[in-house]
Design a protein around this ligand. Structure first.
Ligand code: ZN
Length: 711
């Protein structure tokens, strides 16, 4: 890069940063993500390092950022509020700590604290009484928002305790807890207002408002119409409700009189004593290595904190050492912010497509320019349903904010409206299935979901059903996942799941997915051979797995197990009427209806028939009952019984129609207490439940309940 290219790039970056700062500080609506901002800023710093002539007084690297808003009165901070330099990985942190150690000639103690995703503020207390609350602004002059203080419970108006300094300038972060932030975005959606991209923007938007003027409007509206009054009141209620939810964590001091702490940690402790909110997660460590551990720990536990954090701040604890290190024009040399990977990024929404699920449900999803977020590359995100697309207000072609937190699935937050060009277009739900061309419509009148009604033949639905059969909750067939299911359907091996258990080697040979070439032509891969073995083995799985695999709507493992236990065979379930099905514990009306309807479809019954002829065991083998002697009796067994193990004693009861329970209650009919019976025996006595010994147990098995005393 020559110097004229460098100059041009410098201008681009400076303009981008200034624009972003203006938007961020004045409108609380960023148009680029934090990551893009940080990247641009770092590129600018590097560029200026290589071409020092570019460093001018108006460079963004020479100012802290943010201009004053005319809506607010300016407040000059007593001491300047610096911003922090950032590092993004362990190596960069290492470079920083090494420089600190070198410059100080010793390894200092470091104070480590979480970097709260909020809005930095400066608060001045004189003789313990709050004088001003100001935003950070450009670092020297901020905006006066003192009129909001009476409504923010989290900010003390008066310090308490002893030895109050005559002057104390406190620095802190004003923020929302994650729960409050989510609640506020729900309120925004209800009011058809755009969601806040992050808690910091929400905090800024809440603090930087003239609640005093809104209250005056309510006064003015007294003489106006009912609806004007109601609107003014609602407006102020919302503002007050949000202000009341703001919280404060203090993380530094500026000017002070009548107080001279020796270390950052010492002043935190003093501030806590005066009633200022400090974080319990602040810690002082003796080495750089321990600071790295802190960074690592909170990187892994980032979402265990009740508020969002975007990193960790590490400060040299002792004020004398801070003084030795000093500041650059922009940031202190004695502190650094370690930034975690961004969880909200910006990318282009290229298209909205729909996907057809196992039950035919049509779900729109976003196709985006691939982007790295929270450590993985994301190019798709579900949009759930057409209402969700409307609610988010996204258009195809929009720049959108995308969030991915940890293992959570990626989510499109909303559009960056400011950068629209007019070429964006709205998503229109298709009325034919993208997979089979069939009609898309609600299954029944009044259904919210749109479905492809061609359940029998729609390739997309068949693929999904087949991979469901292979899944853990279904037949649990190793090798029958999404890819194998897609190959079976797309290569014409299977028309639908009816033929699954008839599959043989010659069938799989039709699909390249299951074959490799040999000198005698294509042959099955080892995985394909294994799949055939696994399919054969699956034929004798328990009945509930068969039921789940039939993809009957609402029938998951729990309902399937309840049905299997009650009816034992598919034939019995098919023969049962809706009432009989609904009466089963854990089934109920909706599932029962769904099961009955499922069996009325001829092609469904065909699946059952074909699976049966292929050798799928569609019944659970029941243990024959020895007798009904203990029918309906609840028995608790405790201690050891001669001639029985715990299991065989229980089996002796269930074989006779009794139920074995693990704990004694008033519903227990009898407790069998062998040798070394413990607390269950005591409980039986306390509840007045009859107790039998080993001989009594033998009599019970032989004669039934008449062997129980008092029966
Ligand atoms: Zn279809």
């Amino acid at each position: 890069m020559d110097s004229s290219q460098a100059k041009q790039r410098w201008q681009e970056l400076a303009a981008l940063i200034e624009e972003a700062r203006t938007r961020y500080y004045q409108h609380d609506a960023p148009t680029i993500s934090d990551e893009e901002y940080d990247r641009a800023f770092r590129e600018l710093i590097e560029l200026e390092a290589a071409f020092p002539e570019l460093v001018t007084g108006d460079s963004p690297t020479q100012s802290v950022g943010g201009n004053r808003e005319t809506m607010f009165e300016p407040v000059e901070h007593l001491l300047r509020m610096y911003s922090l330099d950032n590092v993004f990985d362990a190596d960069e942190l290492d470079v920083w700590t090494q420089r600190v150690v070198r410059d100080l000639g010793q390894e200092p103690a470091f104070l480590c604290e979480l970097k709260v995703d909020g809005l930095a503020v400066d608060i001045i207390y004189r003789d313990g009484v709050l004088e001003t609350l100001a935003t950070r602004g450009d670092g020297r002059v901020g905006e006066d928002v003192t009129f909001n203080v009476p409504f923010i419970e989290g900010i003390p108006r008066r310090l308490s305790g002893v030895d109050l300094p005559s002057l104390l300038e406190v620095r802190g972060e004003v923020y929302f807890d994650v729960a409050d932030f989510d609640e506020i975005n729900r309120e925004q959606a209800e009011r058809l207002q755009p969601a806040y991209a992050n808690p910091r923007n929400a905090a800024a938007g809440t603090l930087r408002q003239r609640v005093d003027r809104r209250l005056a409007k309510v006064e003015e509206a007294r003489s106006k119409s009912e609806s004007t009054r109601a609107r003014a009141q609602e407006d102020v209620d919302q503002a007050l409700s949000r202000l009341s939810r703001l919280k404060l964590i203090v993380h530094g001091i500026g000017a002070r009189e009548g107080y001279s702490p020796a270390a950052q940690s010492e002043c935190y402790a003093a501030m806590a004593g005066w009633g200022l909110p400090t974080s319990a997660r602040v810690t002082v460590v003796a080495s750089a290595a321990a600071a790295v551990d802190y960074v690592k720990h909170w990187g892994e536990h980032r979402h265990d904190v009740e508020h969002e954090i975007d990193g960790v701040v590490i400060k040299v604890d002792a004020f004398t050492l801070q003084g030795q290190l000093g500041e650059t024009s922009r940031a202190p040399r004695w502190a650094i912010a370690f930034k975690y990977p961004p969880e909200v990024v910006r990318t282009r929404l290229l298209d909205i497509e729909v996907n057809v699920g196992r039950t035919g449900r049509v779900t729109p999803f976003a196709v985006m320019e691939p982007v790295k977020v929270a450590g993985s590359t994301v190019s798709m995100a579900t949009l759930h349903n057409p209402e969700e697309v409307l609610r988010k207000g996204v258009l195809i072609g929009d720049m959108v904010f995308l969030r991915k937190a940890g293992d959570v699935i990626p989510e499109v937050l909303g559009p960056v409206v400011e950068v629209r060009t007019g070429s964006e277009r709205a998503f229109v739900m298709p009325n034919v299935c993208p997979s089979c061309g069939g009609d898309l419509a609600p299954e029944k009148e009044g259904d919210v979901d749109i479905r492809c009604l061609n359940h029998a033949g729609c390739p997309s639905q068949v693929r999904e059903r087949i991979s469901h059969i292979g899944s853990r909750g279904g037949f649990d067939i190793e090798g029958l996942g999404e890819k194998a299911a897609a190959a079976l359907v797309d290569d014409g091996v299977l028309e639908n799941e009816a033929g699954l258990f008839d599959l043989g080697a010659h069938d799989l040979l039709q699909s390249p997915f299951f074959t490799r070439s040999s000198k005698d032509g294509p042959e099955l891969t080892a995985t394909a051979e294994k799949l055939l073995v696994n399919i054969a083995a699956a034929k004798s799985r328990p009945l509930w797995r068969v039921l789940v695999s039939l993809s009957i709507r609402h029938v998951g493992p729990t309902a399937a197990q309840a049905l299997a236990e009650e009816f034992a065979t598919v034939d019995a379930i098919m023969a049962a009427d809706t009432d009989a099905l609904a009466a089963v514990d854990g089934v109920g009306g909706v599932i029962a209806q769904s099961v009955t309807e499922w069996f009325t479809e001829a092609w469904h019954r065909d699946i059952v028939q074909r699976w049966l002829s292929a050798g799928v065991v569609m019944a659970d083998v029941l243990k024959a009952r020895a007798s009904d002697a203990l029918d309906g009796l609840t028995v608790v067994i405790t201690g050891s019984l001669p001639g029985y193990t715990r299991d065989s004693a229980a089996e002796a009861v269930t074989e006779r129609g009794g139920k074995v329970s693990g704990s004694v209650s008033k519903k227990t009919d009898v407790v069998v207490a062998g040798e070394n019976a413990g607390s269950k025996f005591d409980k039986a006595v306390a509840l007045g439940v009859p107790v039998l010994d080993a001989d009594g147990f033998a009599a019970l098995l032989e004669h039934g309940p008449s062997a129980i005393p008092g029966r």
